[in-house]
Design a protein around this ligand. Sequence first.
Ligand SMILES: Cc1cc2nc3c(=O)[nH]c(=O)nc-3n(C[C@H](O)[C@H](O)[C@H](O)COP(=O)(O)O)c2cc1C
Length: 183
Amino acid sequence: MSLSGKFNVVLGVTGSIAAYKAAELVRLMTKAGWGVHVVMTTAATNFVTPLTFRTLSQNPVSVDSFAEPDVWLPGHISLADRADVMLVAPCSANMMAKIAYGLADDLLSSTILACKAPLLLAPAMNTGMWENKATQDNLALLKSRGVGIVDAGTGELACGTSGKGRMAEPEEIFAAVAQIAAV
Ligand SMILES: Cc1cc2nc3c(=O)[nH]c(=O)nc-3n(C[C@H](O)[C@H](O)[C@H](O)COP(=O)(O)O)c2cc1C
């Protein structure tokens, strides 16, 4: 909780077509009165612009680890310290693997590694990526460490196929964060 008493969510957005749904999620969270601080991977900026999230969250959006920070602390540390919840929605197969292995080679993965707040992931990916043993092993590892997963759904996917891997709807993800906020 920040000095102003606001509940703060750091929202990571990764390179998935479901990134557009994160815009609606930001709207739900700001409507609830929460502070929302968005960190995008470079891949995510191909799907939705930082401008969209900056406008909806009314906060600066971070992408680059080495950009000049507005405070003396490195960006990943100040963001990690600010979070009451660290949420990644959509979470790509790549980011899930990086988190599972403790990699920190971009701003989002560095922030996640430095962050002590509860971590919640909403995976989104093509069914082949989802069913791959590597992804399933990473998922099991993350769950065993207490990472919260808002399970992917089954249905039509943006790649034109149908199966498991669809990101949960923004309302469901919002409800999962709200449960943590209520504790
Ligand atoms: C059109 C398109 C859609 C994609 N959708 C997904 C997706 O839903 N889930 C996923 O894991 N990767 C998806 N990818 C691949 C990721 O963007 C790619 O693995 C990227 O390296 C992820 O980077 P990030 O984890 O740093 O955001 C997609 C790629 C393209 C071109």
